[in-house]
Design a protein around this ligand. Sequence first.
Ligand code: NCD
Length: 334
Amino acid sequence: MERTGFTYDFPRDSLLSVGDLNPLDVQMIFERARHHFDAARHNEENTRTLAGLTQIHLFFENSTRTQASFEIAARRLGADVVNFIPGNASISKGESLNDTALTLAAMRSDILVVRHRAAGAAAHFARVTGVPTINAGDGAHEHPTQALLDAFTLARRWGGIGGKRILIVGDILHSRVARSNISLLNLLHADVRLCGPATLLPADADRWGVSVFHDIDEALEGCDAVMALRIQKERMTGKLTPSDREFATLWGLTHQRLERAAQDCLIMHPGPINRGVEIDEALADDLDRTVILEQVESGVAVRSAILELVTGRAPNQSIADMRTHDVDDRRDEA
Ligand code: NCD
């Protein structure tokens, strides 16, 4: 079939959930992110695709990697970035979230990047303001750009995700990173496994299209990548969790434990890491195994791509020119 000239426009003006994306959207994000990743590695001059746009960051929860990488991505592409600091803002004088949102929209901002402890907060900002909004983490619900940068990191390494066995280990219950990753990895036809203390696994996890394990050594069998997650103590009300020491003994990743995984199994972590708890020191520093800093590097590239796509500033991309391997369904071959 003649495909040349057939184009596909990224159809969203916000990115709130992985569930908003289809495989072609993911392909477009990866394709553009690959351009930014290579350009940064080769110190190429940036295209000023976001010139003239104002991006407002509303981080009501702490952030290091996510906020910095959104800011670096936006500035490199020529946008102006305003960091709204909740503690200094009128919220602390009693202004409601709605009024804050409407005030910022009245300043003609072009992009909002929102992190908040409440599930649905970014969607709420998008609805109230009508401004393209990116969810940078809403409570324990979703963190779509993290999942995209994780999958992009793996797709760059492997060429594709379909059929790969990926284990997510730790506090699944409170993790927005786990939720977004599970949706995205399922969309890309990976074989997803979950493992962790019973109290930190959602009761209905076996209905999420994943395999659930309690024993890490069993779970690691044949894995191509393992994603370790921090215990989100800030989201816990009761004492659901084992001590750090107990967690490290029963679920912590070590070189020895990885012997059951695939030989070149990759170790991932969204950060921040608690060394000696989720991953032991030696493994965390083993650059043949861990791709944790590469995830950070991918974060800038993937967020650059997303900012361009949600604002309609990405160069036209012809489907015929896109590589298809990231979204190939390899389940039958695996
Ligand atoms: C994660 C988050 O904030 O959800 N971190 C991140 O965005 N890189 C995970 C975490 O805080 O443990």
